[in-house]
Design a protein around this ligand. Structure first.
Ligand SMILES: Cc1cc2nc3c(=O)[nH]c(=O)nc-3n(C[C@H](O)[C@H](O)[C@H](O)COP(=O)(O)OP(=O)(O)OC[C@H]3O[C@@H](n4cnc5c(N)ncnc54)[C@H](O)[C@@H]3O)c2cc1C
Length: 420
């Protein structure tokens, strides 16, 4: 019987271990935490958006980096397979807006329990409170891992194969502290710089802070990156909900935009507060509002256009005298104001850190992993699965699908690859 070590008892690790055990291997998971799936627990605001029910072809359009690398993994264990797994293990699922799939119970703990019960039933041994310290290889072939548990001396144990499922660097309190990158580096792998992604933006303009706590629904956001071939074309153009914070902006729309952000290019944003209206339509609307408030001061005429917290900011940004009577505002001033509402400018100074990033972009270079097996091209018997790999997606259940699919493929292949 092949003896396989899985490092990490998260989404990818549990799926890899389960599949390897079901394929006949003797599997041990090593997990530094005291329990399984600490990160799964906090996914989807505690509800776990376990996958996305979109057509499998559509899935790849949500993968921001290296979608082609995922073809074999996704096609061999796709979103329907994931849903079948949970449903057939009595964890019933529901599909919500945007094809996002959640457990009917709305409890991520049900996803963890279902998966962990299956892992245990398959005979996998799980060593909690055990930190893997190193992954050893000799002559281009995996040999052993070393691990430490409590006050016990470091143990070295030989295995036939090892699956590295240590996650990235985001939310390090869940155990994902980038150890897998160190293991990969020590084996000769290239690590694409890990960066926070699906993460809030820090914004230069101080008026953002004045709006902290304000949430805007149904707004448009365009992001432009300087220095590209065509810096007039937005690198991101989206619609949805955002939130002002003490450092800048957050919310679903902003997190998605961050997937397209390049820290090496000065980037700016244009916020469209009325995306449903063209400039001409908005001008007519503003004109109508002004006509109804002709004798009011400008600052007191905007109640129908913006939430009250936003009015002083928009007045200031417009450059129009707040106390001027509406009937004294010129056509040019009004048109400039309309254009401002359609494109409020903001300058990105950076992203928040890993503590606030849903995922890590970057990781073990896909060029050095066989996409059909998840095995290292440099060291036989070493496999990678999940967020440790340089693949990242938008929000919507797509990142967990990466973990399920790559974990499944690595699990199956780890039991057969050395026998070829
Ligand atoms: C707040 C938040 C919400 C999210 N919501 C969603 C969502 O709803 N849907 C979605 O698709 N994705 C979501 N994600 C992303 C998703 O959770 C991750 O992409 C996914 O969990 C990655 O799985 P993984 O198994 O690769 O890594 P992880 O889940 O990070 O698991 C890695 C495991 O390895 C262990 N480990 C690390 N180093 C060692 C070591 N040296 N020795 C032993 N053990 C080690 C860690 O303790 C950890 O348990 C969310 C992420 C966050 C932070």
């Amino acid at each position: 019987m092949k003896k396989i070590a899985v490092i990490g008892c998260g989404a990818a690790g549990m799926m890899a271990a389960l599949t390897a055990a079901e394929s006949g291997a003797g599997v041990t998971i090593f997990e530094k935490n005291e329990k399984p799936g600490k990160k799964i627990y906090i996914t989807g605001k505690g509800r776990c958006n376990v996958t996305n029910a979109c057509d499998v072809e559509e899935y790849f359009s949500y993968v921001r980096r290296n979608p082609k690398f995922l073809y074999s993994a996704i096609y061999s264990y796709d979103n329907s397979a994931v849903m079948d797994f949970f449903e057939s293990n009595n964890c019933h699922l529901k599909v919500e807006r945007g094809d996002r799939v959640f457990p009917v119970s709305d409890h991520s703990s049900d996803i963890i329990r279902t998966l962990y019960d299956a892992v245990k039933r398959a005979g996998v041994k799980v060593e909690f409170n055990t930190t893997v310290m190193s992954v050893e290889a000799s002559g281009g072939e995996f040999s052993a891992i070393t691990y430490a548990s409590g006050d016990d001396p470091v143990t070295r144990e030989e295995f036939d194969a090892c699956i590295i499922c240590t996650g990235g660097l985001s939310y390090p309190s869940t155990g994902s502290t980038g150890d897998g990158y160190e293991f990969a580096k020590s084996l000769g792998h290239t690590i694409k710089e890990p960066l926070p992604s699906l993460v809030p933006f820090e914004i230069k303009e101080s008026w953002c802070k004045d709006l902290q706590g304000l949430s805007l629904k149904n707004v448009g956001l365009k992001m432009f990156a300087e220095g590209g071939k065509n810096s007039k074309k937005p690198v991101y153009d989206g619609f949805g909900e955002m939130l002002f914070t003490h450092f800048g902006i957050s919310g679903p729309l902003v997190l998605t935009a961050s997937s397209y952000y390049d820290k090496d290019k000065a980037s700016r944003l244009l916020l469209d507060l009325k995306p449903a209206l063209s400039v001409e339509q908005l001008d007519k609307r503003v004109l109508r509002d002004f006509e109804e408030n002709l004798n009011k001061q400008f600052k007191n005429s905007l109640g129908a256009l913006f939430p009250s917290k936003m009015i002083p900011v928009m007045v200031k940004l417009s450059g129009i005298d707040p106390e001027i009577q509406v009937n004294a505002i010129t056509k040019e001033e009004r048109l400039a104001f309309v254009n401002l509402i359609k494109a409020v400018p903001m300058t990105i100074t950076g992203t928040r850190g890993f503590n606030e990033a849903i995922i890590t972009r970057g990781g073990v270079s896909v060029k050095e992993i066989n996409p059909s097996t998840m095995e290292s091209k440099l060291v036989k018997g070493v496999f990678f699965a999940g967020e440790v790999i340089d693949v990242d997606t938008e929000t919507g259940g797509f990142n967990l699908q990466v973990a399920w699919s790559t974990g499944h493929l690595a699990g199956v292949q780890s039991t057969i690859s050395n026998e070829e």
